[in-house]
Design a binder for this molecule. Structure first.
Ligand code: ACM
Length: 538
């Protein structure tokens, strides 16, 4: 089986090499100079070498991919779909109908990139061929985002009898600095529909994010169907901040989201926040409640008043069911238990709870993640702590061998207002204008935290003040684009002056996607316009 696959792969590779050679010989077009080094790529790649010519993307271009390696053909199909949506060009993928093909894009699996990073890729752009080398489909997927960002909005119609989009030639060598590059959406304070979440995932994918953390439960709502505890969504799913209708994802819908993210090589990290932030669960099943009061629906925005009863077996039986059902739908190795702001849980009870829940999470085959408070307990080194407000707890966890996700509120919280005039958001941690979101050092942020302890960076978006895509986008964009660069690009290449120029040039994409980004005055936006088209194009 392997042998014949390998033989097939070799034959295919030879055919593609032949096609590349033919394509190179058929140079009919004198390409004008375009400069790859000037391309407004975000995140900025590790290395760019411009050769000052161009590849002519046109109707005579075809996409080929390695076919013996998992997921490469899907990456080719994804690229073709995006090119179709963007410039309305239909490209064949791994098709035999080659007679009229003059240029090719080849997405190639190789183990010889000279790095172990699974998301690394190399892009060689010549006049009549583009070669994208990657070790894994995830690497290839990151590479095609770079390619998408290089496709101009307008074709150059003077070069040939048909439209041709010029992609600057040269070589790009690239890989991320952080293994985990995430964003979080709080779907509990306000519910966001499957379509709204998918659109956010699409935007994250374009900027090479690989993790999407879903905050699925809080005092104001429970958003994921648990078949063994149906009232969680029948009761706890029907409320949200401000008294709106709430909502929840059925298990089928959650699986659909997980699959949608996986097609974009993004992992969904589910969070069930506990033992605090549990009013919606306790309102659905009062037996879980531990704050001594009769639970009722909560649609305000206070925190820290709810807790599970951490000494009751029923609570752990409940958590076992919840973790089991969600873990079964969730390919991610991580399960997030929240653990923040449990202000009415006694410290001993809190520690007892975290240690017991960690065992449950492990039993279901997952690594626990929790907000930095969990480091008060004796957590396993395999558990990940997410820093938001207590560097000493992050340091404690790291000392014990845990990896840390960096989400310092005053730097990365997407729900913090840009300034005092911001329409949405809060400012309890800080105002975070676009430059201050970008101008800081994640690696040096926590004094004494070794670089090796950092799993990555995540930008959380809490939803007390937002309830639809337009409001979500106002807070998330453009800041989420900057976090993508902080998490991917080596720190010595972070440069606000360069970044703000490249950010200004994201408008064609953001407008095409109808993204309601905050038009910060710090950025000299190019052709800024909001089109609000009904059709989805990206
Ligand atoms: C948090 O902001 N309570 C994690």
């Amino acid at each position: 089986m392997f042998k014949s696959d390998a033989a097939k792969g070799l034959l295919f590779f030879t055919v593609v090499l032949f096609l590349v050679a033919c394509a190179e010989r058929k140079k009919k077009v004198n390409y004008p100079k375009t400069d790859l080094a000037e391309a407004p790529l975000i995140p900025r790649p590790v290395k760019v070498i411009a050769t000052n010519s161009a590849f002519g993307l046109d109707a005579k271009t075809a996409i080929y991919t390695s076919q013996t390696s998992n997921g490469f053909e899907e990456v080719g199909v994804f690229l073709a779909q995006k090119i179709k949506n963007h410039i309305d060009l239909d490209l064949y993928v791994n098709s035999n109908e080659n007679e009229t093909i003059e240029r090719i894009i080849f997405i190639n699996q190789t183990d010889t990139l000279g790095t172990d990073n699974p998301e690394a890729y190399q892009l060689y752009i010549k006049n009549d061929s583009i070669l994208l080398n990657a070790k894994t489909a995830a690497g290839a997927f990151r590479g095609i985002q770079t390619l998408r960002q290089l496709i101009p909005e307008t074709s150059n119609d003077t070069l040939a009898e048909r439209p041709m989009w010029l992609i600057p030639s040269g070589k790009i060598v690239d890989e991320p600095i952080f293994e985990y590059r995430g964003a979080m959406l709080d779907v509990a304070r306000h519910f966001f529909t499957v379509a709204e979440v998918k659109k956010f995932i699409d935007l994250l994918a374009y900027y090479k994010y690989n993790a999407f953390h879903m905050h699925l439960s809080d005092d104001q709502g429970w958003r994921i169907e648990i078949k063994s505890w149906p009232k969680l969504t029948e009761v706890g799913g029907q409320t949200e901040v401000g008294g709106g209708p709430g909502g929840f994802y059925t298990q089928e819908e959650f699986k659909e989201l997980v699959g949608y993210a996986a097609e974009r090589h993004i992992e969904v990290i589910p969070e069930i926040d506990m033992p605090g932030h549990t009013n919606a669960a306790s309102f659905s099943y009062p037996i879980l409640n531990g704050n001594g009061k009769k639970p009722s629906a909560y649609t305000g925005t206070h925190v820290g008043f709810s807790t599970f009863d951490t000494r009751k077996d029923t609570v752990y039986a409940f958590i076992d069911d919840v973790v089991r059902e969600i873990a079964a739908m969730s390919p991610s190795p991580y399960f997030h238990i929240g653990g923040d702001e449990s202000h009415v849980t006694k410290k001993n009870d809190y520690i007892h709870f975290v240690e017991k829940v960690e065992k449950i999470v492990k039993k279901h085959g997952k690594r626990m993640v929790g907000w930095n408070e969990i480091a008060q307990a004796k957590i396993d080194p395999s558990t990940v702590a997410q820093l938001w407000n207590e560097p000493h707890n992050a340091l404690k966890a790291a000392k014990n061998g845990s990896k840390i996700i960096l989400s310092p509120a005053a730097k990365t919280y997407l729900d913090m207002q840009y300034d005092s005039l911001s329409e949405y958001g809060l400012h309890w941690a800080a105002y975070i204008p676009v430059d201050s979101a970008y101008n800081w050092s994640p690696a040096a942020h926590v004094e004494g935290l070794p670089k090796e302890s950092i799993l990555g960076l995540e930008a959380p978006l809490w939803s007390e003040t937002i309830s639809n895509s337009a409001e979500l986008e106002y807070l998330a964009f453009p800041r989420a684009i900057g976090y993508a660069e902080l998490a991917w690009t080596p720190e010595n290449q972070h440069d606000w002056e360069s970044y703000k120029e490249r950010l200004a040039q994201q408008t064609p994409y953001l407008d095409r996607m109808d993204v309601n980004y905050y038009p910060s005055k710090l950025i000299d936006w190019k052709e800024h316009k909001h089109t609000y088209k009904e059709i989805e194009r990206d």
